[in-house]
Design a protein. Sequence first.
Length: 261
Amino acid sequence: MLTDYSVLISESYDGQHKLLTEELKRKGTKVHICGDTEIELEIGAVKYTPDVIVIDCCKLGYKKLLHFREILHEDDIHPIIYNIYTYDDTETIRILLDYDDILHILMPYDAKNVCHYMLDKLKRIPVDPDILRQNISKEIHRIITSTGINRKHSGYDHIYYMIFLLIFKYNGNKVQIGELYKDIEKQYGKNTAAIERSTRSAIVSGWEKMKPVDKQMLFESCLANGTKPTNAMYINTIALYIKHLYNDQLEMYYKNKNDHT
């Protein structure tokens, strides 16, 4: 799955970009289409940092490519760049963009093959541990909030930290809830009973506010049985869900971590 990646595609006159867009979206990729002669790295007030950029260097021209290079350097963005390859000037383009990793697509191209090679290439990109932790941290906060638990709950921070530990300390493996309580006890200086109560209170309160669609997606068995998720079930389920979302990046993270231990 390419669900964790985003692709910026510059339109081509022959409509090939539409085929590639459809193929990428089928794989779950976030795709943004920009115009033939512009490379937009901002959408409104939101900064856009794509993992892959597909451009037609011929149509952009050297002046806009130089401006594009400046934007990439200023924002410290290092995407894979696919050039829609329409003439033999690869070395000039490489020097102009100052990128070693520029791949060229011969036209007309097979969208399925290009999508396949994108996926394979993205899987091999080294993971920046700090960026991965930041992204997953935001995702944990987002999902906890979507389950009806807000920061006012005293158990919110405990829940967040236990999920974070499951993913990064325990490599996404299922862990006894008691072990996680011990970690929280060390971090926050509270006893296990207080941690268990605050966690339970937050989960029960959130359950009443959680949307049925989220209950169905995350806790289908509880919804069917008319029960609420236990503390252990909630923590492990959310951690497993996030691990699935970031599967490729986390697998590489775990491998690199094991190689250095």
